[in-house]
Write a protein that binds this ligand. Structure first.
Ligand code: HEC
Length: 136
């Protein structure tokens, strides 16, 4: 009876231990990553850090659009019929075209289609929207 219980415990405990330790490993890996501010918020030229405190269209958002979106979202036939070269159009993108849904890639196709924005740029976009999408 004792022997049976011991075997049973070992077979159920091992997968749990494995699952638990890989979970702990995952958590510690990701916390290492998120502790690394340089990797999370790469410093852009002209800024001291990732600007989530006072992001503006002129200084923060326009460069993100220019560097990551306008290659497809500009000109006479912009992708998705969405031009992202002006403040009004970016605001319309947020309000009417699920822009953040696309940037996060949740429920909508990931934008840019070529790969996700940096965590810093996503944080800046979120902060800018929360602050009411100021021009400058
Ligand atoms: C390589 C080309 C490309 C790049 C770069 C790109 N997009 Fe797109 N985008 C598309 C295409 C193609 C569509 C239409 C198909 C779709 O919705 O997946 C689209 C659609 C969208 C839409 C939905 C429009 C609508 O009304 O349905 C949004 C919002 C959007 N993109 C935002 C962005 C943003 C913001 C960026 C930059 C962070 C970006 N895109 C970068 C090609 C691109």
């Amino acid at each position: 009876m004792m022997a049976f219980q011991k075997t049973k415990m070992n077979t159920t405990l091992l997968p749990r231990l494995l699952a638990c330790s890989s979970f702990v490993l995952l958590i510690s890996l990701s916390s290492c990553y998120y502790d690394n501010e340089e990797a999370l918020y790469p410093v852009r030229p002209g800024t001291s850090s990732c600007d989530t405190a006072n992001p503006t269209y002129a200084l923060t958002i326009q460069p993100i659009m220019q560097n990551n979106c306008q290659g497809c979202h500009s000109g006479s036939a912009p992708s998705g019929n969405l031009d992202l070269t002006t403040l009004d159009n970016v605001i319309a993108g947020v309000n009417n075209h699920h822009l953040m849904g696309h940037v996060m890639g949740n429920s909508y196709s990931l934008m840019p289609t070529t790969g996700s924005l940096s965590d810093c740029n996503i944080a800046e976009l979120n902060a800018w929207i929360i602050k009411g999408m100021p021009a400058k």
